[in-house]
Design a protein around this ligand. Sequence first.
Ligand SMILES: NC(=O)c1ccc[n+]([C@@H]2O[C@H](COP(=O)([O-])OP(=O)(O)OC[C@H]3O[C@@H](n4cnc5c(N)ncnc54)[C@H](O)[C@@H]3O)[C@@H](O)[C@H]2O)c1
Length: 269
Amino acid sequence: MINKIFRLDGKNIVIVGGLGILGAVFCETLAEAGASVIIADIDNDKCKDGAEQLTNRFKVNSFGIGVDVADETSVAAFKDTLLERKLTVDVLVNSAATKSKNFFAPLDEFPLTEWDQVMRVNVTGIFLMVRALIPGMIESGGGTIINVGSIYGILGPDQRIYQGSDYPEMGGLINTPFVYSASKGAVSSMTRYLATTFGAQGIRANTLVPGGVVSGQNNAFISKYADRTPANRMGEKLELASALLFLASNASSYVNGQDLIVDGGLSAW
Ligand SMILES: NC(=O)c1ccc[n+]([C@@H]2O[C@H](COP(=O)([O-])OP(=O)(O)OC[C@H]3O[C@@H](n4cnc5c(N)ncnc54)[C@H](O)[C@@H]3O)[C@@H](O)[C@H]2O)c1
């Protein structure tokens, strides 16, 4: 019974941002639980490659379909592709997020164009995807939406932990920008709206709220972050993926409209 309620056999799951650092582990975990994962990310070829790997590794049907969630036409084309392939959607995971060129610029220098660019992916992207897919989900008997937020959509950042940070892949010194918090706060509120508006039509919506996950930050940052956290460490990708599995599966069938905060207790302090 316990094993069964976490299984996802026969479920089609769209993972938007499925090529990301967490996104890729989300895809693997849900495929391992038996889902047909549809990787939806900006690079069509990489989505297809990723899907092929999932199919070979987990013996599930997996698909890769490129989409730019910031672009209305692209989202419409994505929906058409699903229809052509007769793929109904049981679970939609909105995990895409973007960083602009000057993402870590201080608030008083942050370019408006980049504010728009980030909001367009992190917020408008979710609007476009749910607008496109919810009617089909309702028609096919309901489904589950999981939006990926952030602890910084709920808490103000402690900017002191970024002093001495270095994240080479992101260009050096990092911080939590205003636009990131704004967009992630919107993710949690969009989820609550979806839950209360479409609950009676069989749609469940929840936000997976990650705290900081180890993924290439320097030791100075990792240790400052750990000090702020009751668990005394950063999270691991799989700790987020297992919470996603709970939200995607029948194990969470009566959980609706919630923030599932996976942060080692950071927000409890
Ligand atoms: N990694 C963390 O520590 C952490 C912490 C808190 C919250 N989160 C959130 O978790 C989610 C997943 O994190 P991640 O580590 O995989 O992020 P990531 O930055 O590694 O990946 C984001 C993915 O979104 C895709 N994407 C960007 N713009 C897109 C667009 N216009 N259309 C389609 N796809 C687009 C990118 O190509 C990328 O594959 C994000 O929403 C992130 O904000 C992550």
